[in-house]
Design a binder for this molecule. Structure first.
Ligand SMILES: Cc1cc2nc3c(=O)[nH]c(=O)nc-3n(C[C@H](O)[C@H](O)[C@H](O)COP(=O)(O)OP(=O)(O)OC[C@H]3O[C@@H](n4cnc5c(N)ncnc54)[C@H](O)[C@@H]3O)c2cc1C
Length: 500
């Protein structure tokens, strides 16, 4: 059988050629398009997106109350000031991204409904051969690109993760995942169970609780929450002083980054103190009538999983008002009318919402081949969490677990543009990272240290992810403050980079 790559390489298929192909039109892909159009105006590029519009996460998630839990000064791009309250709804983020597209004439570069199925690298032609399927017609489209910029995010947009609980099929009510919220779902006046602790349930619940008959949050284990107002005093003061919005954006970004760094350092040095502060924030809202144990007292140290930010403590206000009960227990089985928990407690509901997380998508669920050999990503070693040994002309944007995704996307965008310009200057059509002689005996580690950050979607995907190495060059630092210094200063002629 002829492989797609071989067929495609035979030049008898209508193929569009680009210098750079960006996978995905979420925050990373749209940001990438902006950086290419401004930093490399003479290069050609295309963004292929499988959904019907831009936004990625903010397009695919429609559940009531959806909002960021990062502030938009750091989650927004460095090049476009954010002028609203720090925490934003999906609609506000989409509006902001739409403005980036309009103001920079990016629309003509983006093709929607293009799901990339395969990407094959040919060393003979020093190109990627890409096959996409039009999601509306099933038609195949073919592209070549010198460089692949993987902005496909980290989870599958087509389906969320739902554990396989016994007897789910027998349940007569409706089961809905937060990632696939039906627009016409009627929850008003209904009894609703929400399964899963996390930012999604903490944003969904206050948005629906008052309208439901009652909401019960069933969580296997608690997480940390931090509470505060959806307002940045410094930004407000600077606005009152009529300071230029570009300046305000930059000043507030720096302040938030500094504050986050201090907070993170404290979680390492004084975890018990930070834990008490976080728990006291909840106690002060719930008051003496609500015991916070065991529902809000995680058994891990703060920051081992993302801390969910609850603006204006609305989630806790819903609990205090009696609209929401919290149960910390595991599901034993579904029944026709609800769930039975391991403790034997039963809870009935008209609707069960599974806020149970993601299935990670590794490199966009695309079939990758390198010179007709399937790419086994878990056999590669990552260069700073963005490139992989043995995989030429490709960069992957994987953001920060503990900080805003976009600031790594911006940093890596500058890096890609610099790398492409460097390749051009060297007359090198191909770049690849490779372990140096001094790295050959380096200990190889999982993509992410499970002791440091261990959400279950990541643990499930770890066997499929690239390896890290026990040296700074060979792992994703997860540290913006380090990356801000290191990434712009990377020596592109260093021995890790092999050009041809
Ligand atoms: C509800 C929710 C809230 C979040 N809040 C925050 C937050 O406050 N702060 C934060 O830092 N992070 C947050 N995140 C994480 C969030 O995913 C990232 O912040 C960010 O949106 C990732 O952007 P991205 O462009 O890299 O990926 P995505 O937003 O995942 O977009 C990737 C795009 O690539 C497309 N794609 C994937 N594979 C293919 C393919 N094979 N062919 C074509 N197109 C493809 C997808 O359709 C998608 O549109 C949140 C996540 C969720 C689900």
């Amino acid at each position: 059988m002829t492989s797609v790559a071989t067929e495609h390489k035979s030049d008898d298929i209508a193929t569009e050629e680009f210098d750079v192909l960006i996978v995905g039109a979420g925050v990373a892909g749209v940001g990438g398009a902006y950086h290419l159009s401004t930093q490399r105006p003479n290069g050609s590029f295309v963004v292929l997106e499988s959904q019907e519009s831009f936004g990625g996460t903010w397009w695919s998630h429609n559940y009531p109350g959806i909002r960021s839990d990062s502030d938009l000064h750091t989650y927004g791009y460095k090049f476009k000031p954010w002028t609203g309250p720090p925490i934003a709804t999906a609609e506000e983020i989409l509006k902001y991204m739409g403005e980036v597209i309009d103001e920079n004439d990016l629309a003509s570069h983006i093709r929607y409904n293009h799901r990339i199925e395969s990407a094959s690298w040919s060393s003979e032609k020093n190109k990627w051969f890409i096959q996409a399927e039009l999601t509306d017609t099933g038609e195949k489209k073919y592209f070549t690109a010198n460089f692949l910029w993987m902005c496909q995010g980290y989870y599958r947009h087509s389906e969320g993760y739902t554990p396989d609980w016994p007897e789910m099929d027998s349940y007569q009510g409706e089961i809905v995942h937060t990632e696939a919220w039906p627009k016409d779902l009627v929850y008003e006046g209904k009894k609703v169970i929400v399964i899963g602790s996390g930012a999604s349930s903490a944003t969904l619940i206050p948005a629906i609780a008052e309208k439901c008959e009652h909401v019960t949050l069933v969580q296997r284990s608690p997480i940390y929450y931090s509470t505060g107002r959806n307002r940045d005093d410094l930004a407000e003061t600077l606005r009152e002083l009529d300071v230029d919005p570009d300046w305000i954006h930059e000043i507030v970004r720096r302040k938030i980054l500094r504050d986050t760094a201090i907070f993170f350092k404290r979680t390492l040095e004084k975890p018990d103190e930070v834990r008490e502060e976080l728990l006291n924030g909840i106690r002060s809202v719930l008051g003496p009538d609500h015991e916070i144990e065991p529902h809000f007292t995680p058994d891990y140290k703060p920051w081992r999983q993302r801390v969910a930010y609850v603006p204006d403590a609305d989630f806790f206000e819903s609990i205090k008002a009696g609209h929401v009960s919290v149960v910390t227990d595991e599901i034993e089985t579904f029944t026709e009318t609800g769930v039975v928990l391991k403790s034997g407690e039963t809870h009935d509901a008209d609707i069960v919402v599974t806020a149970t997380g993601f299935n990670m998508n590794v490199l966009g669920d695309i079939d990758f081949t390198i010179d007709d050999e399937p790419l086994v990503l878990s056999d590669t070693v990552t260069y700073r969490g963005m490139m992989f040994t043995g995989v030429p002309n490709l960069l992957w944007v994987f953001g920060y677990f503990r900080g805003s995704w976009t600031y790594r996307a911006d940093l890596l965008a500058d890096f890609v543009c610099r790398l492409l310009t460097h390749m051009e200057a060297r007359g090198a059509p191909r770049v690849e990272v490779s372990l140096r002689d001094e790295d050959k005996n380096m200990e190889l580690l999982p993509w992410q240290d499970p002791e440091s950050f261990n959400p279950s979607y990541l643990l499930r995907a770890m066997p499929f992810l690239p390896k890290s190495g026990a040296k700074p060059e060979w792992h994703h630092s997860q540290d913006y403050w380090e990356d801000t210094q290191v990434i712009p200063a990377i020596d592109l002629d260093g021995d890790e980079f092999i050009y041809q």
